[in-house]
Design a protein around this ligand. Structure first.
Ligand SMILES: [Zn+2]
Length: 320
């Protein structure tokens, strides 16, 4: 199988919801547009449903609206929904660009696990448990009390494992991370961090400690290194080469086969110089090839993510 770049996190759906006049084919307000994905040779892009975790905003209606925008704007522009191994194989055979769906936080589910099933039926295959603050399921990493999962949150983990939704620890509290690790070990199911970097390289609460990185690797999960400037370098203009120490450090912890990328395009106001939108994956690849073998670069840009999807996506999509 030969895929273009696989990117595990962008917030373009939120922008489409915010600005109904945006054209997904191409619009200067979008970091991820059809045109830019093509220019960057991105073969598969995960689209996150992002709504703020303010209880006033955290409503299932807003989640469903973004999922419907994926159908009406993104799929309509020619991006194929990938929610099963069957669809992944079909995309590979046909060529073109695929899109996957995730929720960035469970708050929009309003604590109702029937809504989780509804989202699954609409193609959601990845679930970030929290955004930055506490929700009904668990605490986010910016919540000062640093709590873990609630009882209902633990039920959410079980339901996700049953359904085949992969959990995502980016934004989750440290206590939540270790509680999920226990549940994941028992279930024999890995989890991912879709958009986080190394805390040893850049000390930011959104990044992962060495112990967390080793754990994700041991469980067979994946880490999407992200292009959010303050998660790459604490200050100053951030260049593409500033990402390399994160790659090096992850490799030193045995993560060579577990690294992928989750840009956070359309979720950030500031960008790494030269890595401003999805089209710049071409320049990023070129830069990586100056330092690493083609085989390693392919692993990080697509093969590691692809192997994970070939293992953990459900085999076939059930008809709605
Ligand atoms: Zn995020």
């Amino acid at each position: 199988m030969k895929f273009g770049v696989i990117d595990f996190h962008c917030d373009a759906l939120g922008k489409l919801q915010q600005h109904p006049d945006i054209c997904f084919e191409e619009d200067e307000r979008l970091d991820v547009s059809l045109h830019k994905l093509k220019q960057g040779s991105v073969g598969l892009q995960c689209f996150a449903v992002f709504i703020t975790d303010d209880p006033e905003q955290a409503r299932i209606g807003r989640v469903l609206e973004q999922l419907s925008l994926f159908r009406s704007r993104v799929e309509k522009a020619g991006i194929a929904l990938v929610a099963s191994r069957q669809e992944l194989a079909a995309l590979n055979a046909a060529g073109g660009i695929g899109g996957m769906l995730s929720l960035e936080g469970a708050h929009g589910l309003e604590g109702n696990l029937n809504y989780l099933q509804s989202c699954y039926d609409l193609g959601v295959r990845f679930l970030g448990i929290t955004w930055n603050h506490a929700n009904w399921a668990a605490d986010g990493v910016m919540e000062l009390r640093g709590g873990g999962f609630t009882e209902r949150g633990k039920e959410l983990i079980r339901r996700c494992h049953e359904l085949g939704i992969v959990l995502d620890v980016s934004h989750l509290s440290v206590k939540g991370f270790w509680e999920l690790t226990e549940a994941a070990e028992q279930a024999g199911r890995p989890f991912i961090a879709s958009h986080s970097n190394s805390m040893a390289v850049c000390s930011h609460p959104r990044n992962l400690s060495d112990e967390q990185i080793r754990t994700i690797v041991r469980l067979g999960g994946r880490i999407g290194l992200t292009f959010v400037p303050p998660f790459v370098k604490p200050s100053g203009p951030v260049k593409m080469t500033d990402l390399l120490p994160h790659l090096e450090h992850l490799c030193s912890l045995g993560a060579e086969n577990h690294i992928m990328f989750g840009s956070d395009f359309d979720g950030i106001e500031e960008h790494i110089l030269g890595l401003e939108d999805a089209s710049k994956y071409a320049a990023w690849k070129e830069l990586l090839l100056k330092y690493y073998s083609g085989q390693l670069v392919d692993k990080w840009l697509s093969v590691n993510a692809l192997r994970f999807l070939q293992t953990w996506l459900p085999a076939i999509k059930k008809a709605l």
